[in-house]
Design a protein around this ligand. Structure first.
Ligand SMILES: Cc1cc2nc3c(=O)[nH]c(=O)nc-3n(C[C@H](O)[C@H](O)[C@H](O)COP(=O)(O)OP(=O)(O)OC[C@H]3O[C@@H](n4cnc5c(N)ncnc54)[C@H](O)[C@@H]3O)c2cc1C
Ligand code: SF4
Length: 460
């Protein structure tokens, strides 16, 4: 039987855009079994190499085939502490699934959807207790509770170290809670995954801005034997064009944080101070831009536009999310970029002046560079403009930690294999080192650092 890939069921586009409920519904048991039956359980599986944390994919899929879901999720948890999250937001198409043998002549096995199925099964059927080594007597401080920090913390706690996580915001989770919207990653899922990790005895101290309330050096002198920094890329970039200071211009970071942490997604229960008007223009082409445009529609914008300076092919956002955005009514202006934002007499945004582009030669990243088309300026009306062109590192920690080497862009310099920084006992990983990347890459960095910190603690 030539069985095709099982599609992920999703809610109808017209109804889903009216609220923040999760769009993708997850596999039924029958679908999961059909999809698992497509896996060839390869002797030399490419899929594992494509996974930044090395999940033993064929083994967990084999457990699904045998309907042994508890064993399946335990297998994933050996390497991945956040399976319900990764099953939802990991770009599997560029990772495990890209290397799946089945993909060579057809469609790869839907590894992410299977991961989500068993992780959700586990959340419904009581979380698993993760095994833990006896106490080592060593203490580690983890700064930041995004995927990098949470993974490092969980692995270190499993190795028997006493771990405290310091988080600047009032809620742990990093971008998982204040960036990625509810309709892609429900907060309840993140909360339950974090609760699972906390069972390892990890303490999470929120409202603790390291660099202000305490410093990395003070953590080291107050009894912590090592520090892991996973503070992410929380500083939004702007375009530096005229009009960016007008009312109604947001960074995507501010816009999504307001929606997520001030609970605009629970409208009308919560009245959140975001005025978006009828027409929203989002500048950028990544996941952050697509999330912002879809969020704007859910906040009752009549039109939501993505303005991107390259073509659809070059968009870095996940294809499935771009497709979902289009189904929901998000509109796209490709090969277009703003040159200035216009305001009214009251200082409120009223339009964006854009320039058209064509694609030239590939740039350093291999993508074809956009070249402006002379005389092609056009005006797009807009009540709100959201800038989603990337984020960089917040300089607070580097400024308050003497001896910590940072790159020209302000990222912490760390050995990619170990997370070791220029400062003894200090390790770092995730977006603060690489610049804005992905959840699983941040987790991979947290994992490598945890292993290196363990080695360091045993030798010191
Ligand atoms: C809107 C949006 C959508 C995305 N969609 C996807 C997706 O679909 N798939 C995907 O794989 N990736 C996606 N990403 C990227 C992904 O979320 C990040 O790469 C990942 O979260 C980085 O993890 P991190 O642990 O390095 O940092 P973060 O998740 O940024 O966590 C850093 C944490 O450190 C805290 N912190 C910062 N400074 C301090 C301080 N001085 N003291 C204490 N705490 C501090 C922050 O408050 C935060 O909680 C998306 C990102 C955004 C913004
Ligand atoms: S490469 Fe594809 S078919 Fe082979 S084991 Fe991995 S998921 Fe299964």
């Amino acid at each position: 039987m030539n069985l095709g890939r099982q599609p992920m069921p999703v809610r109808d586009a017209r109804s889903r855009v009216k609220n923040f409920d999760e769009v993708a519904l997850g596999y039924s048991e029958q679908q999961a079994l059909l999809e698992a039956s497509r896996c060839l359980l390869c002797k030399k599986p490419g899929c594992i190499e494509g996974c930044p944390v090395g999940v033993e994919i064929p083994s967990f899929i084999e457990h699904i085939k045998n309907q042994a879901y508890k064993e399946a999720v335990a297998k994933i948890r050996e390497k991945n502490n956040l399976p319900a999250i990764c099953g939802r937001v990991c770009p599997q198409e560029n990772q495990c699934e890209k290397y799946c043998v089945r993909g060579k002549k057809g469609e790869p096995v839907a590894i992410g959807s299977l991961e989500r199925f068993v992780a959700d099964w586990e959340l419904k059927n009581s979380g698993s207790l993760i095994e833990k080594a006896p106490p080592t007597g060593k203490k580690v401080a983890v700064v930041g509770s995004g995927p990098a920090g949470l993974t490092a913390a969980a692995d270190l706690a499993r190795l028997g170290h006493q771990v405290t996580v310091f988080e600047a915001l009032h809620t742990p989770g990093g971008v998982l809670v204040y960036g990625i919207p509810e309709f892609r990653l429900p907060k309840e899922i993140v909360r339950r995954e974090i609760d699972n990790i906390k069972k390892l005895g990890i303490e999470i101290k929120t409202n603790m801005v390291v660099g202000k309330i305490t410093t990395v050096d003070e953590l080291l002198t107050s009894g912590y034997d090592a520090v892991f920094i996973g503070t992410g890329a929380g500083l939004p970039y702007f375009m530096n064009i005229p009009g960016e200071n007008l009312n109604g211009v947001y960074s995507a970071n501010e816009f999504l944080t307001r929606v997520n942490l001030m609970r605009a997604y629970l409208f009308p229960e919560y009245q959140t101070p975001i005025r978006i008007g009828k027409r929203v223009a989002v500048i950028g082409g990544g996941n952050v831009a697509v999330d912002s445009a879809r969020t704007a529609l859910r906040l009752e914008a009549e039109e939501s536009w993505i303005i991107y300076r390259r073509s659809k092919k070059e968009m870095p956002a996940r294809k499935i999310e771009v497709d979902h955005a289009r189904e929901e009514g998000v509109q796209f202006q490709f090969l277009t970029s703003p040159v200035k934002i216009l305001g009214d007499e009251g200082g409120q945004v009223r339009a964006v002046v854009c320039q058209r582009y064509k694609l030239g030669e590939p740039d350093a990243s291999g993508r074809r560079s956009p070249v402006p088309v002379p005389g092609s300026e056009c005006v797009m009306e807009a009540d709100t403009v959201i800038i989603a062109i990337g984020q960089g590192p917040n300089p607070l920690i580097s400024r308050t930690t003497p001896g910590l080497e940072v790159s020209r862009k302000g990222n912490i310099v760390a050995d990619p294999a170990t997370g070791r920084t220029s400062k003894g006992a200090v390790f770092a990983g995730g977006d603060i080192v690489t610049g804005a990347a992905t959840v699983i890459e941040a987790m991979g960095a947290g994992k490598k650092s945890a292993a290196a910190i363990h080695k360091y603690l045993l030798n010191n």
